[in-house]
Design a protein around this ligand. Structure first.
Ligand code: ATR
Length: 272
């Protein structure tokens, strides 16, 4: 069978091997996918060794997405823009190719699975770190009316917005300066991990606002609880994004796109 792996540090928590096993079963592909703990100073060597020993493809998770970007010889346009990659493979010339599938995973989940269009909508993104940078171009490609990036550190949001202005209508600000109502709010801060809520005013949401958290867990995140308390009924966590980015990687490697919904359901049941 063809060998794949996910590299990270830590890595024990990664669900990618389970997801790709389900994809392989579903599509009848002969795939062996393992998780690999990589030493913090050993990333480049581990990648070289993996492909030298007939490895076919890698997913890259924290903290190596920037190093993977730097190592790649060929980048897709969206990987180039994101400045970080999560998918590696070799082309027919043996050159290391890289993509970032996080944004497509997110947009696919929001637009297709949840059925919340982004076109002509006012979209608020919370956070200005790697997670948000990685998804901005695919979001702007949906032709939203406006994207506002809000962050605890306002300067990071304005700088990020400026670097994506060529792709569509986008501005940045601090949490306190967000105003107007939004159709879609996406939480891309790591605040949920600490059980924190990004301090945004409740005036930005109304009952039809769709609220999405890139994080997920057995219980609704604090952000989704906050949205629900404020009357929102369109709520989703990041499990669909996780499976969506994996499906896009699988499709790059194997040329066949697995069905996302069934796999999300299996993972959801395992979380409970
Ligand atoms: P990631 O790869 O998850 O995006 P990151 O690049 O370290 O990680 O970015 C973390 C993001 O979460 C940042 O936008 C950060 O805000 P700052 O830029 O002001 O640091 C945000 N964040 C982290 N903890 C937060 C908290 N408790 N409240 C609000 N925002 C938080």
């Amino acid at each position: 069978s063809d060998r794949y792996a996910v590299f990270g540090n830590p890595i024990a928590q990664s669900k990618s091997p389970d997801i790709h096993r389900l994809f392989a079963e579903q599509t009848g592909q002969n795939v062996n996918y393992q998780r690999q703990l990589v030493e913090l100073d050993g990333f480049n060597q581990a990648v070289v060794e993996f492909f030298a020993s007939q490895g076919r493809g890698l997913n890259i998770t924290a903290p190596f997405k920037l190093e993977a970007f730097a190592l790649a010889e060929h980048l897709t346009q969206r990987a180039e823009t994101a400045g970080a990659v999560n998918t590696l493979w070799l082309n027919e010339h043996g050159q290391l190719c890289a993509d970032n599938t996080d944004g497509v995973g997110l947009v696919d989940d929001i637009v297709r699975n949840q059925g919340w269009p982004l076109k002509d909508q006012r979209v608020l993104l919370l956070g200005a770190g790697g997670a948000v940078r990685g998804v901005l171009q695919p979001i702007l490609q949906q032709n939203p009316a406006q994207v506002v990036v809000a962050n605890r550190t306002a300067e990071k949001a304005t700088a990020l917005a400026a670097s994506f202005a060529q792709f569509g209508p986008i501005t940045g600000c601090g949490f306190a300066d967000v105003d107007g109502r939004f159709d879609v709010i996406i939480n891309g801060t790591s605040a949920s991990l600490a059980g924190d809520l990004p301090p945004i005013n409740t005036s930005v949401i109304h009952s039809t606002t769709a609220c999405y958290d890139m994080m997920y867990g057995a219980e609704p995140t604090v952000f989704l609880q906050w949205a629900k308390t404020n009357g929102c009924t369109k709520l989703a966590d990041g499990l669909g994004m996780l499976v969506g980015q994996a499906a896009e990687s699988f499709s790059i490697w194997r040329g066949v796109k697995p069905e996302i919904k069934k796999v999300v359901k299996i993972l959801r049941d395992q979380l409970a």
